[in-house]
Design a binder for this molecule. Structure first.
Ligand code: GDP
Length: 296
């Protein structure tokens, strides 16, 4: 059984009773518990180290005031730090621009991009009454285009056809043109993913980004990747001006640590989370709820 952060801190708080201040000596055990709990939640090691160092710095600089015990004050510092790292509020999509508002999807193969395109189209139709069109620029996996077509049918989004013998940039240009002429309000562009970071993939999505000039560039990442999510996030964030992250497969036994790591490494808000395989399984991301999931 995993022990969550709250349980771990509860235990060490007892040993900190009666102390008048937080000191290197009396917060040592508590910092170790924070470190263990975050690692168990699959937060990446560099992010954990950074987090613990900041908690330590803040705790030592803080006076224990009023009726608080050092233990309570320490927990307060941890909560505050977690909130700061995750971002305080839900960050919505920015789609208010001359239509079509273009959303570019980026991520590794299997991350859940195509599924998320369908979920997002459904969500935008349902919650924002948008007319949505989708297109696939994945010309490498023939099944990818069919998969998107099927998903689009299921959610009632327009589907712009493409084929593996076309160039991604040509597909994108034609899709934008069509969307503009047919008054589609949002155009979601699915892209090719690879199994690992690959220069050709990065060059291609960079070129797509330059041509499309999307209002949203969303990085889709599998929460189950845990610690590995960090390297992927870093590479995509360095290649593209990401505007947000979609964290998929949170319905699995992912412990949420990827949320903390990806947010810390990219500095970009997580905008949505995938919470089921089905096309209604997408929710806006609420940092405080995720903080609670990690805290337990
Ligand atoms: P892509 O290669 O990035 O386009 O990934 P796909 O959209 O094909 O998704 C890969 C697999 O992950 C599929 O089996 C999806 O059904 C599944 N998937 C995507 N998002 C979620 C999610 O939020 N929860 C669950 N349980 N499965 C998901």
């Amino acid at each position: 059984m995993l022990e969550n952060l709250t349980q771990r801190l509860g235990r060490v708080m007892k040993t900190m009773r009666g102390e008048a201040r937080m000191t290197e000596a009396n917060i040592g055990d508590a910092l170790r518990e924070v470190r263990m709990a975050l690692l168990e939640a699959d937060v990446s090691l560099p992010v954990v180290k950074d987090f613990v160092a900041q908690v330590k710095e803040k705790a030592l600089g803080e006076d224990v005031v009023g009726s608080l015990t050092p233990g309570q004050a320490f927990v307060g510092v941890v909560h505050e730090q977690l909130k700061q790292l995750m971002g305080e509020a839900q960050v919505p999509l920015a789609l208010n621009q001359q239509p079509p508002a273009i959303i570019l999807m980026a991520g590794l193969q299997g991350a859940g991009k195509t599924t998320t395109v369908g979920k997002l189209a459904r969500w935008l139709k349902q919650h924002q009454k948008k007319k949505v069109m989708v297109v696939s620029c994945d010309v490498y996996r023939p099944a990818a285009i069919d998969q998107l077509k099927h998903v689009a049918e299921q959610v009632g989004a327009s589907f712009f056809p493409s084929s593996p013998d076309q160039k991604p940039l040509d597909i994108a240009a034609a899709a934008v043109d069509w969307a503009r002429k047919h008054h589609e309000e949002v155009l979601i562009v699915d892209t090719a993913g690879r199994l690992a970071i690959d220069q050709a993939m990065m060059d291609e999505i960079k070129a797509l980004h330059a041509q499309l000039d999307p209002i949203e560039t969303l990085f889709v990442v599998d929460a189950m990747l845990g610690q590995d999510a960090v390297n992927t996030a870093k590479a995509f964030n360095e290649t593209l001006p990401l505007t947000g992250v979609v964290l998929t497969k949170l319905d699995g036994d992912a412990r949420g640590g990827a949320a903390l790591s990806v947010r810390a490494v990219t500095g970009k808000p997580i905008k949505f989370v995938g919470v089921a395989e089905k096309l209604d399984g997408l929710e806006p991301f609420y940092p405080d709820r995720m903080a609670s999931r990690i805290l337990g």
